[in-house]
Design a protein around this ligand. Sequence first.
Ligand code: GMT
Length: 373
Amino acid sequence: MAQPPLKLGIVCYPTVGGSGVIATEMALHAAALGHDVHLISYGRPLRLRRGVQGLRYHAVDVSGYPLFRFPPYDLALATRMLEVQESEGIDLFHVHYAIPHAVSAYLARAMGGGRLRFVTTLHGTDITVVGADRAYMRPTRFALEQSDAITAVSRFLADETVLLFGTKKPIAVVPNFVDTQRYRPGQGARWAARPGNERVLVHASNFRPVKRVADVVRAFAAIARRIPAVLKLAGDGPDREHALAVALDLGVADRVEHLGNVEAMESVLGDADLFLLASETESFGLALLEAMACGVPCVSTDVGGVREVLGETGGLVPFADPQAMADAAVAILTDPDRYARLAKGARERAVELFDEAKVVPRYFEVYRQVLER
Ligand code: GMT
């Protein structure tokens, strides 16, 4: 280990979503490097394995009271952070997603007499949607200014933060990462070499309105009219029923499979031919990166930081234009040479720019700078 062992506190949301995934993978990676890691959340993250040496999970208990219509999670989290700081001697907290984690970190620091240090990583809607809400803007801006360091997962998000919040503090861009050993191309043949040439398309998300899953289904229906294809929808969330109803309306329900929350996404992606994402905004799009690592070309809306992730390895189409998405997908899925080039390029880009072993040290460099200050 290059650095002496750290006592590291990691705070995140446990739900299926990129920020929780990155925080959990970061915790696992740091523990594997020999650091003493304490992950704090209101639930056990899906990808958090049990029995990992050097990694402990601390649940935040939020008690209800008839008077509370909204139980104050931020207070309970601040208390838990301070308790863990005091019992474990945490050197540094790393909070993923600013709202309310950065505010809770600030409160924990103030309650504990000012010694607690924290790094805030911005992930997306904590800035672009929720953060821009008047109710959250000022405490979030304040907590960002109080952070010992701020990182953002894309250049787009860093720029948006300066634009929306007027943040004066430097924001380091540390992109999301993927384990390219685990996420790798599957053994099976791709569409051009399979009998019947049926194309397997995949979408994965938390099915929130911002993901526009119904647009993925609309694009798929237009694709399936032209070439043999099936669509696998991984994940779950508020728009699931709507998306499946659109599949029924468009006559493709028998070719759309809802997988629900999937623990081993790498096995689904390893067998996929193309990944579709129709989001309205996306600071990064971790699901795209996981697909790329599996050598799966992606077609996505050209929003937010998606260009930074895909580079030239996939198709970019305008937002809310399922026909354009279908055209881009069919063009890729009917040209075996171009398909092979994109698949190879996607895998290479993931390995070169976003491999876990290359990106995680950049977070450790941020920690080092904070601790040396
Ligand atoms: O911001 C969100 O909607 C949730 C968040 C999450 O917890 O998954 O997603 C954001 O963070 C991910 C991890 O950094 C990014 O890959 C997603 O692009 C980003 N989502 C949006 O910007 C909509």
